[in-house]
Write a protein that binds this ligand. Structure first.
Ligand code: HEM
Ligand code: FES
Length: 374
């Protein structure tokens, strides 16, 4: 029986000696991968139907093996397989707690070390596995590209208590287990779980808040990347909405009648990098108004709280100097000069449409990559 592979409704017959990963890539299935040698686990997938060769599970935890996970870069199919992307619920990672701080101000900030290392993005969430089954969320605050350690904020739903090991007497080395990381976090409700009435008073009963916003928004409107989002929105409206939002956030008063941040930004493609840039403009403005670094941290905490609702979870192309840089996935290209197919070696004439993998720079000819996988 031919060992056909199915992923997300697309099918491919692997060639003799070809790994499952290479077969998927050959026909344009955008499978994640990095080392292609079984060590990084980037390519991890789950097999929902069909035999899983033991060699393709080498190095996976017993838990993943039981759930038919495999490494496609190490897999030579022994029969038809139905494959799917890993389910965040299944991904359990042991973590070592290094520090838990901030119990007094309502948000427990964690430094921890996943073992083995975890692939994640800032703003994703992890769920702490507990005996009771209630799984408090950690919102990841570190950025894997720049931070040496992994950090996060533990969020408790109203009425739930801190999980064991995370209290003020938390000890270095406490081991816990997390699920995830997850992308689509539940929308953050308003008001938030913490307020900061003292900050509102320190900011002259909100007068400094308004003055800051009156200086911040002209910068946003003048910026070539942030400005276009506000087309059709008067600057007065933007300032008023943000003022009411911050007042509600800091004081807990019920005066904000706008959208929740998730809805307000639902159509906007905002990357972490753009969010960080907006925050850098905000921090600059707060400094100009004489806020101390501690006050700036207390202010921006309210904004950071909504990062997962504002930054879209799909990985968007990086934007550098206004230009979108695509480094992932495929595109169909019409050849302007003849070339050789990187899979079967056949000559492909100029004018023929091929499938091009952006990161690998490889070309699949129409025979190797039939149209379905575009
Ligand atoms: C790069 C980052 C951001 C961009 C480009 C952005 C853009 C926008 C735009 C264009 C609007 C106007 C929507 C409208 O009136 O139709 C808006 C509204 C709003 N934004 Fe942002 N925003 C960003 C970050 C933030 C952050 C960090 C917060 C704070 C948590 C925030 C809170 C709000 C609120 C409360 C509104 C008003 C919602 C309403 O109209 O009811 N935004 N934002
Ligand atoms: S790509 Fe690294 S383990 Fe498969």
């Amino acid at each position: 029986m031919p060992a056909s592979l199915n992923f997300g409704g697309q099918s491919v017959e692997p060639w003799e000696g070809e790994t499952v990963l290479d077969a998927l890539l050959r026909v344009g299935i955008d499978a994640p991968f990095s080392c292609k040698s079984g060590s990084c686990h980037t390519c991890l997938m789950q097999c929902t139907e069909g035999p899983v060769p033991a060699a393709a599970q080498h190095g996976l935890s017993d838990h993943l093996v039981r759930m038919h996970y495999l490494l496609p870069c190490q897999c030579h199919a022994q029969g038809p397989m139905h494959l799917r992307a890993p389910q965040p619920d299944d991904l359990l990672t042991a973590c070592m707690l290094c520090e838990a701080a901030g119990h007094d101000d309502g948000v427990v900030r964690l430094i921890f070390e996943p073992q083995p290392a975890l692939r994640y993005r800032r703003g994703q969430t992890l769920r702490v596995v507990t005996a009771s089954g209630v799984e408090p969320e950690i919102v990841i605050t570190s950025d894997p590209a720049v931070d040496m350690v992994m950090t996060g904020e533990l969020r408790l739903r109203p009425g739930t208590s801190l999980p064991e090991g995370f209290g003020p007497d938390a000890e270095f080395g406490w081991m816990f287990e997390v699920r995830g990381p997850f992308d689509g976090v539940p929308s953050q409700g308003l008001p938030m779980t913490h307020t900061d009435l003292a900050l509102w008073h320190e900011l002259d009963e909100g007068r400094t808040v308004r003055a800051v916003l009156e200086d911040f928004y002209p910068k946003v409107y003048a910026d070539e990347r942030l400005g276009p989002f506000f087309r059709g929105v008067t600057i007065e409206r933007a300032i008023d909405k943000q003022y009411s939002f911050l007042r509600l956030a800091m004081t807990g008063e019920k005066i904000y009648f706008g959208d929740r941040p998730r809805n307000a930004h639902h159509w906007m493609i905002i990357t972490h990098e753009l969010f960080d840039f907006r925050q850098s403009l905000m921090v600059q403005t707060l400094r100009e108004h004489g806020l101390s670094e501690a006050q700036i941290q207390r202010w921006t905490r309210f904004e950071e709280y909504f990062r997962p609702d504002i930054v879209k979870s799909t990985s968007w192309p990086r934007v550098e100097g206004g230009v979108e840089i695509y480094t992932e996935g495929f595109e169909r290209e019409t050849l302007s000069a003849a070339t050789l197919c990187d899979h079967c070696g056949a000559e492909v004439a100029s004018g023929v449409e091929v499938l091009y993998h952006r990161r690998l720079g490889t070309v699949s000819c129409p025979t190797c990559a039939p149209k379905v996988a575009a």
